[in-house]
Write a protein that binds this ligand. Structure first.
Ligand code: PMP
Length: 384
């Protein structure tokens, strides 16, 4: 199996599995219990918080552990909106290529009467900063933009957006789920107030993530309760949090070398695929992208057909966001970039990981050549 779907999820690393196992077997007491077993769990939680904070670039007391990035994003948007409302600010601004869960929350808020504006993207997937400047005004509570797009890997100008948001008196949230571990930018360097991350995108477990809340910001809780300094109720998922800490620590140790490796794989993959046929098109190449992500289409061959053929040849990939894969909808990201519905439905995503060997890239290119080139050569398709 050649796994090229790391933006959907990654394989948990041995360090994370080991710490989770230890937590399940040994540290199963409730960290809120005052007895010795509870205190041992509490101390492991404090230790994990410091390790994740060191990796994300924040203070331990700025970190709120959540069930993942979806929850962190909800907490950021709903909390940011509530804070804004208390200061007479009612508008939300996000990009048109956010993760489907963020866009769905935006739609829900719109149905409830809020004004939610979408910043468009340009043809290469880059955010339209001039449009952002026009949209970010004195009535905006929160600007929420992803650090990098999960489908195209295109990086967003979050530092510039944070400056625009702050100049207008608004808060800035970055959904850094795809950025973390695949880009050097950290919370402390980007100027944002809120920063979402998820463990399973960096070889940690699923069902655990974090929201970084800048010190001094009294963001209301999504789930009431005493845990996480009253910011997120519910008994802490200690095995998950320890797995997150181990994965973060492990990622931090080799990040510079991993990024170089991913960059080399990306260059090799794109050179190989573009060399197969002039009908192969890679999206976002003119713009800074994540080093592990390649979004492309083979002429106008439908993504479902392409993915089925690749999988038969042992290559696992996906079309756009995993959360909407399996559906027959064209990618909202490609549509926002101005692609036709047919082309937006042709786009697939190949995403590598730090453990992907160069041979997997060569085998994936060979598989594409064997199972897709004959389809591209069919007369009806060749003329499209
Ligand atoms: N935001 C982005 C950009 C993502 O790629 C994902 C994962 N598909 C999420 C949020 C949701 O993360 P989680 O699975 O931790 O809820």
């Amino acid at each position: 199996m050649i796994y090229l779907d790391h933006n959907a999820t990654t394989r948990p690393c041995p360090e994370a599995i080991e710490e989770m196992q230890d937590a399940l077997l040994r540290l199963w007491a409730n960290p809120s219990s005052t007895h010795a077993a509870g205190q041992a769990a509490r101390s492991a939680l404090a230790d994990a918080r410091a390790r994740v904070a060191a990796f994300l670039g924040c203070q331990g007391n700025e970190l709120v552990f959540t069930s993942g990035a979806t929850e962190a994003n909800h907490m950021a948007l709903l909390g940011g909106l509530a804070l804004g409302r208390s200061r007479g600010r009612t508008r939300l601004v996000m990009s048109s290529v956010e993760h489907p869960a963020v866009l769905a929350l935006g739609q829900r808020l719109r149905a409830e009467g809020h004004v939610v504006d979408l910043i468009p993207v340009l043809a290469d997937g880059a955010l339209d900063l001039a449009a952002a400047e026009r949209l970010i005004g004195a009535d905006v509570a929160l600007v929420s933009v992803m650090g990098a797009n999960n489908e195209t890997g295109v990086c967003m100008p979050v530092g510039a957006l944070a400056a625009l948001a702050h100049a207008a008196g608004a808060l800035m949230h970055v959904d850094a789920t795809q950025l973390v571990g695949k880009h050097g930018l950290r919370f402390d360097a980007c100027g944002a107030d809120l920063w979402s991350a998820s463990a399973h995108k960096l070889h940690g477990p699923k069902g655990v993530g974090a929201l970084v809340v800048r010190r001094g910001l009294a963001l209301p809780a999504l789930l009431s309760g005493r845990q996480e300094r009253q910011r997120r109720g519910g008994t802490e998922n200690l095995p998950g949090i320890l797995g997150f800490a181990a994965a973060a620590e492990r990622a931090g140790l080799t990040q510079a070398a991993d990024l170089q490796h991913l960059q080399a794989l990306q260059a090799r993959l794109e050179r190989g695929l573009l060399g197969l046929s002039p009908a192969v098109h890679v999206y976002g190449r003119s713009h800074p992208r994540l080093p592990n992500t390649t979004c492309l289409r083979f002429g106008e061959l439908d993504a479902d057909q392409v993915l089925t053929r690749l999988e038969r040849a042992g290559v696992l990939a996906s079309s756009g966001a995993a959360c909407s894969a399996g559906g027959t909808q064209p990618s909202h990201v490609l549509l926002a970039m101005g692609e036709s519905p047919v082309r937006a439905k042709a786009a697939i995503r190949l995403s590598t990981g730090r453990d992907t060997p160069a041979e997997d890239i060569d085998r994936a290119i060979a598989a594409a050549a064997a199972c897709l080139l004959p389809l591209l050569a069919e007369p009806a398709l060749a003329t499209s």
